[in-house]
Design a protein around this ligand. Sequence first.
Ligand code: HAM
Length: 424
Amino acid sequence: MTEKRVVRGIKGVKDILPEEIARWQTIEGAARRLSFLFGYQEIRVPIFEVTELFARSIGVSTDIVEKEMYTFPDRDGTSLTLRPEGTAGVVRAYIEHNLGASPQSQKLFYLGPMFRHERPQAGRLRQFHQFGVECIGLESPLADVEVIALLWRFLSAELRLPDLTLEVNNLGDAGDRPAYKALLLEFLKSREGRLCENCRRRMETNPLRVLDCKVPTCREATEDAPRISQHLSPPSRRHFEEVLSGLAALGIAHTLNHRLVRGLDYYTLTAFEVTSGKLGAQNAVGAGGRYDGLMEALGGPNLPGIGFAVGLERVSLLLPDAVVSPPPPMLFVAGFGAQGQPAGLRFLHDLRAAGVRATTDYRASTLKAHLRQADKLGATLVVILGDDEAAKGQVVLRNMQTKQQEDLPLKGAVEALFKRLNRA
Ligand code: HAM
């Protein structure tokens, strides 16, 4: 007996349906266009990697590695993981292919799905998509400014997302961090009783994350915690000052948030996040930062890096309809009758060969049936080719909105239509 039950998709893993595609293509098109303008090249890295890559880069005590990864054994027992983010794979590929040897490969971008086992809610999925960029090998704070400028222009100018805020912080470098962490831990221990269970647990492994906790009592308890900005070495301080003055020079408004820590351990110095007031609880649209120790931690050369990633589902939720590029018009060919039907088929074929988007309905044998279908498909122009038209060597062009019709000679009609549609 055949099983009748419908097989359904997985919770938090969504289909992107044809009706949503124009939004996605608008977003992805803007990402590609802008990356190209800024001199970034596309890279496509695998969707799964050895688990060790993510554990060593994102950090074993992060939420992502501790509880959100899709990890499974390969047939030979090797532990593999669906990528929860893009930076680790890009840095691995950079080392493996010695991309540093080619100056064009310093600046990379990617688009694609990521996987995290989170509790699904609006704007939070288990399979989601990111547009990310990674700028590798540049220590200069101007690289930070460029990456943030790209992110800001993508979200605010290209896609015109509403109610955006850019927040920045300086997390200190590898030299600043140990002394600050010890100081912070001492402070947190003195407030332990006021911290949530999660923070009490995290305190020893990842004390900085406690600053980022959203629980109001934790925020109150850490209000007067020592700030890393007061414990920076002069070079770290200078780096951040130059980032801030670069942003000011480009007119990119930003606020300082000393609690901005980020959920990945590889960050050093600059960290940033763009949120939207229109998103609800999951309000981060895009985020990133510097990761100067990551390449070396993965066994590569000691090269710095900085990048960001944007969550495209969140972008899609915010995207104003006016920004969505409409699909090009579709022409409908209505060929019917003993001569008209084959002539219509040829005409359709010629239109497509000339680069005109066109379709027909193979079931329709009358003009009425064709027009009904053209209407359903939203075609604005219909080419009518019945036996009469075929005999006279012409076609009738019907505007579906105005219902106006005009005759065109069959010879040269494809070129005339191509010109007309490309002018519109
Ligand atoms: P992230 O902050 O983990 O950073 O993710 C970046 C963005 O991805 C978030 O701001 C959010 O918009 C989106 N996102 C994250 N998780 C989900 C989810 N479960 N559902 C929907 N959207 C989500 C990174 O991934 C870093 N690799 C960014 C980076 C690149 N840093 C340096 N280079």
